[in-house]
Ligand binder design. Sequence first.
Ligand code: ADP
Ligand code: SF4
Length: 689
Amino acid sequence: MARDPRYDILFEPVQIGPVTARNRFYQVPHCNGMGRKHPTSMAVMRGIKAEGGWAVLCTEQCDIHVTSDSEREIHLWDDRDIPYLARMTDEVHKHDGLAGLELTHMGYHAGNYMGREIAMAPSAKPAYGNAPFHARTMDKTDIADYRRWHRNAAIRGKKAGFDIICVYAGHSLSLPMHFLSPRHNHRTDEYGGSMENRVRLLREVIEETKDAVGDTCGVVVRIAMNEMMGPKGITPDFEGRAVMELIGELPDLWDVNVADWENDSQTSRFSEEGCQEDSIRFVKSMTSKPVVGVGRYTSPDKMVSLIKGGVLDMIGAARPSIADPFLPRKIEEGRPEDIRECIGCNICVGTANQNTFMRCTQNPTMSEEWRRGWHPEVIAPKDTDDRILIVGAGPAGLEAARALGQRGYDVMLAEASAELGGRVTKESRLPGLETWARVRDWRIGQLHKMPNVEIFMDSKMTPETIRETGANLVALATGATWRRDGSGRYHDYPLESAARHAGHVFTPDDVMDGADMEGPVVVYDDDHYYMGGVIAEELARKGRTVSLVTPDASVSSWTAFTLELGRIQTRMREKGIALYLDHALTKVDDGELEIEDIHSSRTEWINCGSVVMVTAQDSNDALYHQLMADEAANQTAGIRRISRIGDCYGPGPIAAAVFGGHRYARELGAPIGDDVPWKRETIELSEVI
Ligand code: ADP
Ligand code: SF4
């Protein structure tokens, strides 16, 4: 199909110093958990995005020296680091992309747990977060060293084949930004005090990078224009404008955002698409150089309006490029409705923060490109004549049916209820989670184009009806149900009192189904991801008096990884939800609950009309066991394999259900076997560097 001429502007080339980006799609640096330990996985992931049409593909942060060591990210500490990064530039160049390298020194943010060097800062201060170290004040020698290290790393980057070298001054975690910021920089020499002095180091590093590699590489600055903390931090009106006045013409491109990462990569629960625009809009008026910005942009119309409106020259994206590595190609080929839009859930961030392969709720092939050989757009055509029945149309069932349909299989998708989407449909009605419905909607859109997939609504399947379908393969994607007995992480066994007072006990499923509840409500959260907090918010939205009890020290503690933790604590307080942290529910009674301080075991009674147990889920696998109980009947019906996928197999985040559905479509439920089911990058012992 031909591209819509309205989108032609997105495919204009952009000059970045000595190099030319083929279009306006710029994948900004983003961590992914693979880099240094799994360099081929990282390289192929970036290469596939280049194949998908992204003109510029940047690395994650790349530490330039051992005084900045982060275990998860990549580094260019010396020449021995060049070859593994060259893998990425090779993959990107294969598909005509430009490879960008984000050179980083984290200053006082560097934990340096690996190399044990003392961290450095413009002015001495405790290390970032709660690390039990201090960073020392950099003297003139340190500053000269840092400049030399940066220059050396830029030269190594050029040797590794990078086309763009990015000077990193963003996210409150980079040395040039620490020098820029009065809250970190208390110096009285020529690097502190006046704006001109605080910009000095950034200016020097840009000039030296241009001098070292600017003949063949574009030199880009990634910088935060707003720390979102008012006058205490960097603001667009003060430091932002001053930087642009002083060095606006120095780099070949400005990649501008807000700091810190929690503000830059906000989830859809807390921010709209384009929430950074007010902070960065001024930049273009202060430079003739191209400007890149991010905002979870997935709509080509919005992208065009940003460019025509003079806000941006290139559309920056991390998450939209993860959710759909082929986003630019889909616009170019005139099929923007095929774009798999990011839902803004930050599972990608949350899993990369586990220091390993990131995953994506929308894109189950993310990080699997090399190790499992999964391409986001290409899947092997069917190689059997199996007719396949998928039972349940939640995220697992929908993805399995879609990917099997793409392979050309005859697929029947049977759903008990009158709506598709399972948990995604229900959860997307909870406060802040509306965008999650994209998981369902994209898959339904794709399924409607597939004549070989039949969807049966209002079809609650039983062993008998399953055997009547004529399917050879059956996948049960029947989901999971929240437990109502109080057992979970804290309590290994059911709370007997919960069963005795069952009339007062509810679950998230009940709340999502609109259950009527009495009196003040207590949410007992022993799950620790989003559900407890969201259910409390939903009940508060309905006007209930809500308390939240959790054995954890904060609400929804796993969301520290998805960068939502702080905002969730604030939201609980804004909504007037009373918090009992470090407390477990121990007894349910009429009109009250007993809770226990988990450290002192001291108990107290709190007023409660109803309690919502957010503790654990049970797989809905009864149907599976009923089917498996009569193997002879299955054989007679021609069924050769029965599998469980998604939450029916193991409850977890939506990303895991989508992954399970996708995997089923690729492997048809084949057993895991004895060997590791993916390729590994093992380090040979003889390869000591
Ligand atoms: P997952 O996250 O694993 O996809 P969900 O709970 O979102 O699981 O979806 C499960 C879906 O399966 C729901 O839409 C539910 O209505 C459907 N379902 C459950 N049991 C049956 C059944 N016996 N026959 C058909 N559909 C079923
Ligand atoms: Fe977007 Fe969620 Fe995928 Fe991250 S994990 S790219 S936020 S859909």
